[in-house]
Each structure stands twice: as structure tokens, then as C-alpha cells.
Design a protein around this ligand. Structure first.
Ligand SMILES: [Zn+2]
Length: 270
């Protein structure tokens, strides 16, 4: 299972995506597993998916309400009751400095150990899909926010007025089909993932996603003696030692002093 062979469970996980249902297609199996193992998880939705309902009798406002309701229900199925809606316009999301600042705010507010985001380099998926530009924009903004911006006290200093301090996230899990290096076993939670996806009734219609989701997860598990996995590229931004000492705090006063000479040496090697 790559570098994730042990049953690693982060304490706090922030998930940033563009649309309702992105998390359920992407990482809900991993999230359900981490929640069962005790993780605190918050979702941040950049848009409310309001152009995803193709009914001329449904206004954009009504569509946003429907999709937020479905997303909140899907989160609940997965074990997550903490969902933030930033309410950008669906379909035309851009990786702007304003969006970066908003996401830095969410990172500094929640102080995650792990951030889950999409892959901003993914343009093509297989032979019949071009990745949605909103997915790329949200993914790019999330990665630009988590490193280095969220961890730089002098950047977006105005957030201090909200009581928010710089935060360095330990690891970033990028959901990717392209060059994954970490596979999370979701055999125990694939049914939760499917049930969560089905909460997006406005998107599923009469379609039952069960076979598609099982086939994708099984395909990614090929050669690993696992039934179902979700695949990631994982970037480890903080060493184990630094994470244990500082838990993401950057400014002095929060970190525990290293106790041994060995720890002191490791700590100074940053
Ligand atoms: Zn989407």
C-alpha cells in the first residue's frame, strides 16, 4: 500500500473541493475510514454546484439549496457533520488571490493535520473526459493556500484580526488518477462511499452508481491484494519530529522544546 501501509489516521482533516459530490466520487471511502478511527473532518465546498441542475424551472438559488442539502446529507452518511460552503458561482470558479485568502482562512481556522485536495494538473481522464475547470481551479487554490501561504505569519496578516494564526499542515493528499504513490484500503467503507454518493439525488437520477464505484476502486487496487482502494499522491510537508513538537504552529511559544540532544539536532535540521 505504498507509504500508507500502516493504518495511519490523522487527527484533523480538511477537505477542499469545487462541487457537491466531488468528495463522494473522490475520497469519501478514506474519510469514512478515518472518521471511524477518530479523525475530526471538515469539508470546504468552493461552489454549491448550482449549475449542475439542468431544469429551467429551478433557479440558481433553489439549485444551490438542493445541492447543499444533498452534500450535507452525504457528509452525514460518511460521518462528517462539519461542512463549510463558500458559495462561489459554480462553473466559472477561478484560482484567484481572493479564493487563496479564503482557503488560507479555512486552513488557519481548522488547523488540519492532513489536507485533501484535487489534482490541478489533471486535464484529461481516460479517453472520454476533460477534467472540469472548477476542479482544477479549486485544487490549484487549495495547494497554493496550504503551501506556503497558510504557514507564513506575514502573509494575509489581516486574518490575525479574526484570531487566526499561521498553520503548517503535515501532509497533503492529492486525489489523482495520474501518478498515485499512496493507496488507502477502503474495503471496509466502500458501501459508505456508495451510500453517500447516492444522497446526491439531483445528480444520480435513475442511475445506480454502485457498479461504477466498485469497478473504479477495484481497478485501482489491482496487484495490491486489496479489494478496493482510493489513490493519492501524498506530499509530506512536516517531518514526524516537527509535527510531534509543534502540531502545525509556526510562531514561538506553542512548540514543545526538544528534550534530548538527538531531538534538538533533528529539530534544528528544518
Ligand atoms: Zn465536480
Amino acid at each position: 500500500m505504498g507509504s500508507n501501509g500502516s493504518r495511519y489516521t490523522p487527527g484533523r482533516v480538511l477537505v477542499i473541493v469545487a462541487h457537491p459530490d466531488d468528495i463522494e466520487f473522490g475520497s469519501a471511502g478514506t474519510i469514512a475510514r478515518w472518521v471511524r478511527d477518530g479523525a475530526a473532518v471538515r469539508y470546504v465546498l468552493c461552489t454549491s454546484g448550482q449549475v449542475g441542475i439542468k431544469d429551467p424551472n429551478v433557479s440558481l438559488e433553489e439549485a444551490a439549496e438542493i445541492r447543499e442539502r444533498e452534500q450535507t446529507a452525504a457528509a452525514k452518511v460518511t460521518g462528517v457533520d462539519d461542512v463549510v460552503y463558500l458559495r462561489h458561482q459554480d462553473g466559472i470558479l477561478e484560482n484567484t488571490m481572493d479564493l487563496r485568502r479564503e482557503l488560507v482562512r479555512e486552513i488557519r481556522r481548522f488547523r488540519p493535520e492532513v489536507l485533501i485536495a484535487g489534482d490541478p494538473t489533471a486535464f484529461f481522464v481516460g479517453e472520454s473526459y476533460i477534467n472540469h475547470p472548477d476542479h482544477r481551479a479549486a485544487a490549484g487554490a487549495a495547494l497554493d493556500a496550504v503551501f506556503p501561504a497558510a504557514g507564513m505569519p506575514a502573509l494575509f496578516r489581516e486574518l490575525e484580526a479574526e484570531g487566526l494564526e499561521a498553520h503548517e499542515t503535515r501532509k497533503v493528499y492529492v486525489t489523482t488518477w495520474q501518478q498515485p504513490d499512496t493507496w488507502v484500503d477502503i474495503s471496509e467503507t466502500i458501501d459508505v462511499k456508495i451510500a453517500a454518493l447516492k444522497e446526491h439525488r439531483s445528480q444520480m437520477g435513475d442511475w445506480d452508481p454502485t457498479d461504477r464505484i466498485r469497478n473504479w476502486a477495484a481497478e485501482r487496487a489491482k496487484g495490491m491484494e486489496l479489494d478496493y482502494v482510493e489513490a493519492y499522491k501524498v506530499i509530506t510537508l512536516k517531518s514526524d519530529e516537527d509535527w510531534q513538537r509543534c502540531k502545525g504552529y509556526v510562531l514561538p511559544g506553542h512548540c514543545e522544546e526538544p528534550e534530548t540532544e538527538q531531538e534538538a539536532l533533528t529539530g534544528s535540521a528544518r
